[in-house]
Ligand binder design. Sequence first.
Ligand code: 2AM
Ligand code: CA
Ligand code: CA
Ligand code: CA
Length: 263
Amino acid sequence: MTNWDQVHTDVIEWIKEAGNKITESFTHTLQIQTKSDRNDLVTNIDKQIEQFFIKKIREKYPEHLILGEEGYGENVHNTEGTIWIIDPIDGTVNFVHQQRNFSISIGIYENGIGKLGYIYDVVHKELYHVIAGSGAYFNGNRLPKLQEPQLSDAIVGINATWLISNKHVPVENLHKLVRDVRSTRSLGSAALEMAYIATGRFDAYIAMRLSPWDFAAGKMLVEELGGSITTVKGEPLNILEGSTVFVSKPGLHQKILRDYLLK
Ligand code: 2AM
Ligand code: CA
Ligand code: CA
Ligand code: CA
């Protein structure tokens, strides 16, 4: 049996330690490589931080499985057992170019069910965490349930790239959405954009290409507070597969799906 209180204590300690390692790296020269295209970056620090978590987890919880973006964990094929889904740096482009607006994201699932989730904004020292079924927290303070906003008052997170072209939603529909809401933002860290919904800084977030480590923690966080997360077609997310992602406060989710994304 997993002692979840102990896991929580450990993650908080490890995430803060990892955060310090990342901020210390700011004064050193980064080794930057590209992945799927020239704008998809990875650095030695992304790799070091993933390896740091994997070492800690394997020492303390050897029976647990780890799915990490940089590939130092296991090849996880099904949801059986306890799986840690880790993005060591979510928002690597921001990490490289801005030294801010990136996060560490960790979601822990047991037999496919979310148990614990963490999103840590390293530079602002803002920690979002969720104990599924027992509350979501911002820097240790319990977050209230999300309220339904008016579409015309909504701040929507979306990357401008998807308004130029995407394979999933007609761009005209997205253009209309942009006109109908109060404003759009693009933060560049999917996990943080979901955390921003939890604190009410954003009302919705749309992304056309995310991976499990981008949304594993954010999904739990938003759902705990009564928000919804699906694909842009309204389908449930598979925690082990990449997909489009649409996250929103209650009420607004159905409205944006019906009037814009499924139109
Ligand atoms: P990353 O920084 O961990 O790669 C904005 O680019 C957001 O989309 C970030 O959260 C980024 O995560 C994520 N993302 C997912 N797939 C990506 C890809 N192929 N290229 C760039 N960013 C990607
Ligand atoms: Ca990446
Ligand atoms: Ca990511
Ligand atoms: Ca990453």
